[in-house]
Design a protein around this ligand. Sequence first.
Ligand SMILES: Nc1ncnc2c1ncn2[C@@H]1O[C@H](COP(=O)(O)OP(=O)(O)O)[C@@H](O)[C@H]1O
Ligand SMILES: [Mg+2]
Length: 295
Amino acid sequence: MKAWVIYNGSLKLLKMNQLIEKLVADASVIGLELIPIKNNEIVPVIQKDGSLELTFLQDVPEPEFVIFWDKDILLASLLERKGYKLYNSAQSIEICDDKSLMHAELIGRELHMPKTIFGPFSFDYNLVNDTYLDYIFTELGDRLVLKESKGSFGMQVYMIDSREALAERIHQVGNRSFIMQEVIESSIGRDIRVNIVGDRVIGAMQRVNDNDFRANITNGGVGRSLQLTNEQEELALKAHAALGLTFSGVDLLYGPDEEPMLCEVNSNVNFVSFELATGLDYAKPLLRHLMENVR
Ligand SMILES: Nc1ncnc2c1ncn2[C@@H]1O[C@H](COP(=O)(O)OP(=O)(O)O)[C@@H](O)[C@H]1O
Ligand SMILES: [Mg+2]
């Protein structure tokens, strides 16, 4: 069986290369030829008659499915238009890539999560007045977490503890979209990453950082294997299913009574640190699931 894995051609991240290499290596072990293709090696063209043509800059055999490990949403949707089977789907990647869209999609699904406020859209710089700033603190408490909608590794997630700091951060964020959340104090410096394939939890790790409220591994957090409670597993699987994902990494916070709260869902999950921290396989069960799914 042949498949493609599409990844970003301009991202010079060592961990991304390691991840693609691990996928390709594990695929060959289980009898799948997985061909890596960069997003900028596929050129989408609309011809004069209005039809879509995809030109591939390298010779590639037709795949039975495509693992889309990029955030090039437009390319993903064009590939789907051409009939390719994408995992994850263009739509679920688009939703997960944007924390505002993701939270909007999660509304009304009875998922326990921090109180969350959507920031206003702005053309240039957001200019919010004192009434707005006061209202945010009235809703969220003495301090809050502001997250840019597009961000990863905890790098665009900020702790805000004063009206001045909030005004300044909103100004710095400019015209990018953002959300604001109550701080889950019981989860400072620790969270849970749940790795899912299909409708099954492959494994989970607790991530701890003693020096930062953000527990992301890339931000210095340390991960270790964790046996989930039923409640934690159910919440993670429910969030995963709500966003129409085939595979994902769900972040859970520890609520005031240690009950799980949903933090976010990642479509392009960095499973390499998970495999290292837990000794569990993620790539192989993922590839097996995709191979069985297309049969
Ligand atoms: N409301 C919150 N209260 C306390 N800690 C939080 C909250 N939201 C996020 N965190 C911490 O910050 C980290 C990064 O936030 P997250 O929403 O997962 O963004 P990213 O996409 O950058 O990983 C989380 O893993 C968690 O440790
Ligand atoms: Mg996260």
